[in-house]
Design a protein around this ligand. Structure first.
Ligand code: DX5
Ligand code: ZN
Length: 223
């Protein structure tokens, strides 16, 4: 892993002020978000409901920062391409929900987006290595998807280490992303395991100064 990427999750932001909340992490310097992570939940794949394509479209009009769309929804085959067509930079679907993941990756690429593939904490990486050849990012969930503010599950770092090794030896070309429970206490172990991109919700938007929180996470991930 080279320079760490920090992706604040707006799940922990004020949903009535999303534009301002993104602006707060869009300044220059180490406090600037590399990606803004957007959690789309449908109340079926996960027991929580957030926002969908209309809000994402509006966010795309308010920011230059790449949007990292995390689809925690059923039937992503049907819905994922719309986010790519709208201009999202990276669109991630869940392994546990995708019917034809290779077809999804092809559709996302055809629409000009990167394709992301996410596995829940209990999902083995080994079962998905062939599929991952078609993807640009691997999102390793370090909590059960659905809610912010949960405790980091360190055992998922074995999957990160495996993915790192496969990426470093050229067997996979994925960027390794982690999501869930990342904060000042947990980010260093994730960085050591080989994560490239760190999603952080409550650690950024629960802080008094979100940009400063990003800068400090960045600093810790680099050491
Ligand atoms: C959880 C979401 C995460 C969430 C992380 O299902 O995918 O992106 O926002 O929140 P924290 O960083 O608070 O665990
Ligand atoms: Zn997420």
């Amino acid at each position: 892993a080279s320079q760490p990427l920090i992706a604040p999750s707006i799940l922990s932001a004020d949903f009535a002020r999303l534009g301002e909340e993104i602006a707060a992490v869009s300044g220059p310097g180490a406090g600037r978000a590399d990606w803004v992570h957007v959690d789309v939940m449908d109340g079926h794949f996960v027991p929580n409901l957030t926002i969908g394509l209309p809000v994402v479209r509006s966010l795309l009009n308010t920011t230059d920062i790449p949007l990292d769309i995390h689809l925690m929804i059923e039937d992503p085959d049907r819905w994922a391409p719309g986010y790519a067509e709208a201009g999202a930079d990276n669109v991630t679907v869940h392994a546990e929900a995708a019917h034809d993941p290779v077809g999804i990756a092809r559709d996302l690429h055809a629409a000009g987006a990167k394709a992301g593939y996410s596995i829940k904490p209990g999902t083995p990486l080994e079962d998905h290595l062939d599929t991952l050849r078609h993807y640009d990012t691997l999102l390793v969930m370090s909590v059960e998807p659905g809610f912010g503010g949960q405790e980091f599950i360190p055992s998922v770092l074995d999957k990160v280490r495996t993915a790192r090794r496969l990426a470093d030896t050229g067997h996979l070309r994925v960027l390794v992303e982690i999501d869930g429970g990342i904060n000042a206490d947990t980010i260093e172990q994730a960085a050591e395991a080989g994560v490239d991109c760190f999603v952080a919700g409550s650690a950024v938007y629960g802080a008094d100064d979100p940009a400063r929180a990003i800068a400090s996470l960045r600093e810790r991930a680099a050491h």
